[in-house]
Design a protein around this ligand. Structure first.
Ligand SMILES: Nc1nc2c(ncn2[C@@H]2O[C@H](COP(=O)(O)OP(=O)(O)O)[C@@H](O)[C@H]2O)c(=O)[nH]1
Ligand SMILES: [Mg+2]
Length: 462
């Protein structure tokens, strides 16, 4: 996400962050580079001008230049202003307190409406909503099939009547939802490559009939500013309530998306960065700014971790590592956790300073996970739970390697990485500031607290 912009901006900022003292000239030079990187990312000109003016005004203040750590302060200012460009804070979706909440997505054809519906439905269903989709893109039979496929993947009912009048499908669909106690309906509408009056009228009619709580405009980040502007005419005519920026994984530009908030005043509510169902994220401007500037986004990572990994699992693994009982079954379990959160490279992207590393190792590392998984699966039950067996016997290592189509050397590496994992966990435990007695593992005390208060089930502490 924003990979190019991110590395350019970080480079520009490195001019000032390492310095003990800053001059106006330093700031000017840095800002020239910042401006270029924003231009290159296709951020709207007006947005760039305001951004640069604001950062300069603040950064050139006496206090900053003469203060402690001026570079870090400038970084903070850039981060705050970038946050402002993207809209200060997340604006959550609106739900009715009773009855059927209705969302509709609008946007140009191919901008990602249908895909976004599948992802959003999946997320909201996880949060406990009873979700139903209505297939109201009736101009291409393939569009209905696409929604039905998404419905079956997410186990969400799709109301459809094939190719009929969109308005009557929506009407019948909403009645069906009421009768069957759904509390959230998302309507998939048609788009065109260009805005046309007939389509717009149909959308207006659907809006009037369904009185949606959210009209979400999908904007394709890969299509640049021109497309963003065309997309915005939906807002002028329909009064949208929020934006879903799609295809942020496409990179190169994406700056158009960054400009949307300023141009339209519409809040970005979600961002999508892939074709897979789990690649939709709630948009938090501040966290995104930090991520772009390489300052990391631990909040999102922690939220995702707590949603996908239970406290018991995490504690259990940690305990096993500390006692050295961590075996190959546990290793597999950990991979499953990583997979539930997307991929290793995705996780790395959230960590401060990991962006460059991520680019270097991204795909390689996810492949590595699969290779290791294959090796573990080629072990017998006994070998998985008793790591010493394979450490002692070459014959076993040979068999495991052959079974997985790899070499004994690969098995040796796996043995070594298990050892390293245990060693690292033990070292981290010893240097933890919360551990006054290095001999006494933290984990034991954490568990006591947990039992005593009985709180925080399903979450784990940091
Ligand atoms: N790479 C990538 N592709 C996406 C994303 N969202 C949607 N797509 C793809 O974009 C194409 C058009 O999406 P679709 O949902 O059918 O757009 P619609 O015409 O607006 O409904 C499909 O091939 C999707 O798989 C995304 O975030 N990243
Ligand atoms: Mg569609």
């Amino acid at each position: 996400m924003f990979e190019n912009l991110s590395s350019r901006l970080q480079m520009a900022l490195r001019r000032v962050t390492g310095k003990g003292q800053l001059t106006e000239k330093d700031i000017d030079e840095m800002m020239r580079e910042v401006r270029l990187s924003l231009l290159e990312a296709d951020v709207n000109l007006k947005v760039i001008r305001t951004f640069i003016a604001n950062v300069k005004e603040k950064a050139l203040g006496e206090k900053i230049l003469k203060g402690l750590n001026p570079g870090q302060q400038v970084l903070k200012i850039v981060s705050e202003e970038l946050t402002k460009v993207m809209g200060e804070e997340n604006v959550p979706l609106k739900f009715k307190t009773a009855g059927v909440t209705v969302f509709m997505t609008v946007g140009l054809q191919g901008s990602g409406k249908t895909t976004a519906i599948g992802k959003l439905g999946r997320l909201l269903k996880k949060e406990g909503k009873k979700v139903m989709f209505i297939a109201a893109d009736v101009y291409r039979p393939a569009a209905i099939d696409q929604l039905k496929t998404l419905g079956s993947q997410t186990d969400i009912f799709v109301y459809e009547e094939g190719i009929k009048k969109a308005l009557s499908i929506v009407k019948n669909g909403l009645n069906y939802a009421k009768e069957n106690n759904y509390n959230l309906v998302i309507i998939d509408t048609a788009g065109r490559l260009e805005i046309d009056a007939e389509m717009m009228q149909e959308l207006k009619d659907i809006k009037e009939l369904a009185a949606p709580d959210e009209i979400l405009l999908t904007v394709d980040a890969m299509m640049g500013q021109q497309a963003a502007n065309v997309g915005l005419s939906f807002h002028e005519q329909l009064g949208c309530t929020g934006v879903i920026v799609t295809k942020l994984d496409g990179d190169t530009r994406g700056g158009a998306a960054l400009s949307i908030r300023q141009i339209s005043n519409l809040p970005i509510k979600y961002v999508s960065s892939g074709e897979k169902l789990d690649s939709l994220e709630v948009f938090h401007p501040e966290r995104m700014a930090k991520r772009i500037l390489g300052m990391g986004d631990m909040m999102t990572l922690i939220e995702e971790a707590t949603a996908n990994i239970s406290e018991d699992d995490a504690l259990n693994l940690m305990e096993k590592m500390l006692s050295g009982k961590y075996d190959y079954n546990d290793l597999l379990k950990q991979f499953k956790m990583i997979k539930r959160m997307g991929s290793l490279s995705r996780i790395l992207g959230f960590l401060p300073g990991m962006k460059n590393l991520k680019q270097q190792i991204s795909n390689v590392d996810d492949k590595e996970l699969f290779r290791i998984e294959a090796l573990v699966k080629s072990m017998t039950k006994e070998e998985r739970s008793n790591p010493q067996l394979i450490e002692k016997q070459y014959k076993r290592r040979r068999r495991i390697a052959d079974g997985a189509g790899m070499t004994v050397n690969d098995v040796n590496k796996l043995i070594e990485s298990r050892r390293q994992q245990i060693k690292m966990a033990q070292q981290m435990q010893n240097i933890s500031p919360n551990s006054p007695n290095p001999q006494m593992p933290n984990i034991a005390r954490t568990q006591k607290v947990k039992k005593g208060k009985g709180k925080g089930k399903g979450r784990f502490r940091y």
